[in-house]
Ligand binder design. Structure first.
Ligand SMILES: Cc1cc2nc3c(=O)[nH]c(=O)nc-3n(C[C@H](O)[C@H](O)[C@H](O)COP(=O)(O)OP(=O)(O)OC[C@H]3O[C@@H](n4cnc5c(N)ncnc54)[C@H](O)[C@@H]3O)c2cc1C
Length: 416
């Protein structure tokens, strides 16, 4: 067990990864503070989140009950052809939650006075036995352990390990949320109760129902969440997608209201031309689509001195793995366990690093394989091989958003 007098932790980043770390460390007797850059309460980030069994286990360990109103249960996966007919189905029970739902569950467990909004980390000074963190507003905080849970453009990582630029995957995701009541009846009849897919050449559309506003899970009040992956060449198409009407090209991502109208018109026209009519109807019903370029990111290590990275600050895994929040929770648990098991905190950090670094690398690699067939350019033989293996409806349904824990089994004949 580590020395109780030196168990003061500072978590930088108050999103899902940061809250998991804070809650799990507090449970083991640590004195924890969370500093979040954004000045107002976080909400409305992302959309649908496929839950995985390890996430349920970790929520359970925190005394949170994922069996109560966690999300929308689906039993089956289904792939639609361009003409709207069913190409295949697969039995695969899962619960789809939303970022808001998970965040509010965790946030409700964390004391207000231990969570400071509007505190943006600017500097770190590693000292004997701890770290002094300096924030933009001039505040300084000392902790024996600093946890970087500040996402894929992590300041903690950059300050501690240098600049590690994210690597663009060669495609973007168009995403949207549609009120369940706005989905035309024929599209709803096919897609309403399933995890649906459509696979135009070199692209992938998927979608499922999630909770509505204020975690409303009543039928008729939920929302349909879709993600449509489309290749976009890094030198020409991507900068064009990220350029707003004033001519400014945004780095990494663009706020949804700034996407140029002609870009959205073109996206909607492509939906009518290449997607199954049920999915095209969902795109048509989407008031404000948003665009997310897909990146990979791998930190060279997860710890240095008295600093540890959890969640997206260490590894960003493509969304095909359905791993973002589950990985963040698993990182936080592994860190808390290592600190609990080792008397010496530096040994604990080495233990955490040796456990979660290979796990993160494996997940990034899996995301690369699953997404290979959507890349604008395939450059290596390995990518070509992965693209061939993972592009069929059977492979996509059996492999997407499953972390090897959930059982997918062929559906009964005629059940589509
Ligand atoms: C916009 C968005 C949409 C997403 N959509 C999905 C999805 O649909 N499905 C899914 O599985 N995953 C999604 N993810 C990813 C998923 O939320 C993360 O993988 C998971 O929550 C773990 O993220 P994290 O807490 O490590 O980082 P993040 O959620 O990125 O949080 C990092 C936090 O750190 C704060 N921060 C950054 N810099 C500083 C600083 N210098 N000082 C203080 N605080 C700082 C940020 O404001 C932010 O609140 C999304 C993430 C984002 C940001």
């Amino acid at each position: 067990m580590s020395d109780r007098r030196s168990r003061k932790a500072l978590v930088v980043g108050g999103s899902i990864g940061g809250l998991f770390a804070a809650l799990l460390l507090r449970q083991r007797g640590w004195d924890v503070h969370v500093s979040e850059r954004v000045p107002t309460s976080l909400s409305g980030r992302g959309a649908g989140i496929v839950t995985q069994p390890p996430l349920w286990r970790i929520l359970d360990m925190l005394g949170l009950d994922p069996h109560r109103n966690f999300g929308v249960a689906v039993e089956r996966r289904l792939t639609l052809a361009r003409d709207g007919s069913v190409l295949g189905t697969l039995r695969c029970p899962q619960v789809m939650t939303s970022w808001d739902r998970l965040f509010s569950m965790l946030r409700a467990e964390w004391p207000v006075e231990r969570y400071t909004l509007g505190e943006e980390l600017r500097g770190i000074d590693q000292q004997d036995g701890g770290v002094v963190a300096t924030f933009r507003n001039g505040t300084q905080r000392f902790a024996n352990l600093l946890i970087g849970a500040d996402g894929f453009r992590s300041t903690v990582r950059t300050l501690a390990m240098g600049d590690i630029p994210p690597c663009y995957a060669g495609y973007v995701a168009w995403r949207g949320l549609v009120p369940e009541s706005a989905i035309p009846a024929d599209a709803y009849a096919m897609l309403g109760g399933v995890f649906g897919f459509c696979l135009p050449e070199g692209e992938q559309m998927l979608g499922y129902l999630v909770a509505g506003e204020d975690n409303d899970l009543r039928p008729g009040h939920r929302r349909y969440n879709f993600v449509w992956y489309r290749p976009a060449d890094e030198r020409v198409t991507l900068p064009d997608l990220l350029t707003d009407e004033s001519g400014h090209t945004h780095a990494v991502s663009i706020p949804p209201p700034l996407i140029r109208p002609e870009i959205i018109t073109d996206m909607r026209a492509r939906a009518e031309a290449i997607l199954a009519p049920q999915f095209a109807a969902i795109v048509r019903a989407t008031a404000q689509p948003f665009l997310q370029p897909i990146y990979d990111l791998e930190a060279p290590c997860l710890t240095t001195g008295r600093i540890a990275l959890v969640g997206d600050s260490g590894f960003v895994v493509r969304p095909h793995v359905g791993a973002g929040v589950t990985k963040a929770a698993e990182d936080a648990l592994a860190l808390a366990d290592a600190l609990d098991a080792e008397a010496d905190q530096s040994h604990a950090l080495l233990r955490y690093d040796s456990e979660r670094l290979p796990a993160g690398r494996r997940m990034v690699q899996r995301g690369r394989h699953l997404g290979a067939y959507m890349q604008a350019q395939i450059s290596t033989a390995e990518e070509r091989d992965a693209a061939d293996r993972h592009r069929t409806p059977e492979a996509v349904m059996a492999e997407t958003a499953l972390m090897g824990h959930t059982v997918a089994s062929p559906d009964m004949p005629n059940s589509g």
